[in-house]
Design a protein around this ligand. Structure first.
Ligand SMILES: [Zn+2]
Length: 289
């Protein structure tokens, strides 16, 4: 049974102010199969910046577009130059308390499948077992012609060898490993290609303008249908690829709860929302369960 507070919120279906952690704990204590969706807000504590500020506004340059990357050599030069600079920050990042607390909620059976928009693999490194990388993973590079998968660290070595003018940097501004690099340096960049077939190499992530495979989306819908709630952590849900799961849950009368500091696209669909940082909120939640 939901608490009176939750019944009231369900009726209003509007979040005007932040709920408390104890209200969230009241909700979670009755759930044992919650699907979790996480976003950049959960990795910010690991030194990986978020795309957007609390109002959902872009905080840096326009992201790489899939079609432009595939079509234009100079776009690939820019991507690999910036990625070369930013990759070490991603590679060295460690899971933070938010990843660890979510993994412990999984171990205690409060949450089931986790779906992350992050490409940094930090949930897996925190020992979270059931993780779907909705937007792919940055530690792999994919040949767009023959499908070969190559370790990103091998590509970093290749880039280093063939582009001595580039430097690794700690100046990371975006969660996809894209860092700022001088335009002059970008023009001289040697771009890696597939050793097997000379095809175009792309990080194994879903760029803007591309889409998540249908099978993956469908499997997540099925998991949501079998769940007792949707739990959003650290995402503004501004991209449709994650927002659609909230829409789907709402259409199927599955309650949605959220920890996110700032606006989300699904605010009017939420049963309950805690507007506080992820790590401290999850730690407080765990302590109450
Ligand atoms: Zn190939």
């Amino acid at each position: 049974m939901d608490s009176p507070v939750l019944r009231k919120l369900n009726v209003n279906a509007q979040i005007n102010e932040s709920n408390t952690i104890s209200e969230l704990a009241d909700f979670m204590i009755q759930r044992h199969n919650s699907v979790v969706i996480t976003g950049a807000g959960i990795s910010s504590g690991s030194g990986i910046p978020t795309y957007r500020d609390d109002s959902g506004t872009w905080t840096s340059n326009r992201p790489i577009q899939h079609a432009e990357f595939m079509r234009t050599h100079s776009v690939r030069q820019r991507y690999w130059a910036r990625s070369f600079s930013g990759w070490p920050t991603i590679e060295k990042a460690e899971p933070n308390l938010a990843h660890v607390e979510l993994a412990s909620l999984e171990a205690l059976n409060f949450v089931g499948q986790l779906v992350t928009q992050n490409v940094d693999r930090l949930h897996q490194r925190a020992n979270h077992k059931r993780v779907i990388d909705l937007h792919g993973r940055l530690d792999q590079v994919l040949c767009m012609d023959c499908g070969a998968l190559i370790a990103r660290s091998d590509i970093q070595d290749w880039l280093k060898q063939h582009n001595p003018h580039l430097h690794e940097s700690s100046n990371l501004t975006r969660p996809d490993g894209d860092a700022d690099v001088d335009d002059g340096l970008v023009k001289a960049v040697q771009v890696p290609s597939c050793r097997r077939c000379s095809g175009v190499l792309k990080p194994n992530v879903v760029f803007y303008g591309s889409s998540v495979e249908k099978d993956i989306v469908e499997s997540i819908y099925q998991k949501i249908l079998r769940s007792d709630s949707l739990f959003v952590v650290g995402s503004s849900l501004m991209v449709y690829s994650s927002y659609r799961f909230c829409k789907f849950a709402a259409e199927n009368n599955i309650p949605i709860v959220c920890i996110n500091q700032g606006l989300t696209r699904a605010d009017d669909l939420l049963t309950l929302k805690v507007s506080k940082p992820c790590a401290e909120s999850l730690q407080a939640l765990s302590a109450m369960l």
